[in-house]
Design a protein around this ligand. Structure first.
Ligand code: SAM
Ligand code: DTB
Ligand code: SF4
Length: 328
């Protein structure tokens, strides 16, 4: 194993990294980034909500929780054809990964889960990487997702272990980790990160990254979201995070998990071009690409393509294509 991949980070160490002068922090993040990635490539992931609203969980940030009234229209699980049409469009627009989210507390065996597995198979046939986020899954369900050809499973730890009860009360941090173990056990890539701007301390942010970095294997993808404060949720009143906070979090994630793909995720629409560019320089190498996240907005495709063009950044190709090119 590469000796620069560590799993023994301490809070003192990580706090010192996070709080370093910005220039020093970014320089160190760039060094880590360039050891494992092409700094001019960014992964483009498109996101689709395949089942919206009415969720039993009470996540304080989420517009889809049945515990809050954020005015989100509930939608049952989409039909295969509709999802595939959206995946096709995302591919045409240049995405390499198609991510699908369902507002479920956990997966239930039955017709709906069968349909999700069929959706994964069909989207895979389009030669897109597939990712789903369906809430908690057990070992057998993880195996079925693997058999359907799933590339990655998104399951965020959201915040630190200590701050977790201030964010969600209907499940525990440990349950979150249990699902991550089930996904890892089935041989599926893990996409797991969190959210900043929910009233947590800097120490909580560092602790969250340490939880991820000290897992037996780092998540292959680490989404860093800034809270999208949605009216009607308990977190509607939070102040937006500043670009400095976003950049520090991304750079710290990059240093702790140098080989992982770090995604500049929700909250990007509130950043201007220079702040986004600074996030790329700080080690972000993935974005959500497409006008919508799950229920809230994201930058326009044209503007994103223009930004990437001006920065000389190329889209990262799907893993299957990269491997075929290396073999040739
Ligand atoms: N229900 C599943 C779950 O919670 O795992 C999947 C969907 S859930 C919406 C996926 C992730 O989106 C959450 O874990 C959270 O990190 C992120 N998210 C949701 N609402 C957000 C918001 N308003 N701002 C920032 N991130 C958000
Ligand atoms: C992740 O880390 N961020 C995405 C995805 N994983 C599923 C979701 C962001 C949601 C933002 C709020 C919304 O659109 O409802
Ligand atoms: Fe449900 Fe996921 Fe939203 Fe929590 S984040 S309320 S589990 S959809």
């Amino acid at each position: 194993m590469d000796e620069t991949i560590r799993h023994d980070w301490s809070l003192e160490e990580v706090r010192a990294i996070h709080d370093a002068p910005l220039s020093d922090l970014i320089f160190r993040a760039q060094q880590a980034h360039r050891r494992f990635h092409d700094p001019n490539e960014v992964q483009l992931c498109s996101l689709l909500s395949i089942k919206t609203g009415g969720c039993q969980e009470d996540c304080g940030y989420c517009a889809q929780s049945a515990h809050h009234d954020a005015g989100v229209e509930r939608q049952p699980l989409m039909e295969i054809d509709e999802v595939v049409a959206a995946a096709h469009k995302a591919k045409e627009a240049g995405a390499s990964r198609f991510c699908m989210g369902a507002a479920w507390r956990h997966v239930r065996d039955g017709k709906e889960f069968d349909r999700v597995c069929e959706i994964i198979r069909t989207v895979n046939d389009l030669r897109l990487e597939t990712c789903v986020t369906l809430g908690m899954v057990n070992e057998a369900q993880a195996q079925r997702l693997k058999a359907a050809g799933l590339t990655a499973y998104n399951h965020n730890i959201d915040t630190s272990r200590d701050y977790y009860p201030n964010v969600v009360t209907t499940r525990t941090f440990e349950e979150r980790l249990e699902t991550l173990r089930n996904i890892r056990g089935a041989g599926i890539s893990i996409c797991s990160g969190g959210i900043i701007g929910m009233g947590e301390s800097i120490e909580d942010r560092c602790s969250m990254l340490i939880e991820l970095a000290n897992l037996p294997a780092h998540p292959e993808n680490v989404p860093i979201n800034a809270l999208v404060a949605v009216q009607g949720t308990p977190m509607a009143g939070h102040e937006p995070v500043t670009p400095f906070e976003f950049v520090r979090m991304i750079a710290t994630a990059r240093i702790l998990m140098p080989a992982s793909i770090v995604r500049l995720s929700a909250g990007r629409a509130a950043l201007d071009e220079s702040a986004q560019m600074l996030c790329f320089v700080a080690g972000a190498n993935s974005i959500f690409y497409g006008e919508k996240l799950l229920t809230t907005g994201n930058p326009d495709v044209e503007r994103d393509l223009e930004l990437l063009r001006k920065a000389g950044i190329r889209p990262l190709l799907p893993a299957s294509v990269r491997e075929a090119e290396t073999a040739a």
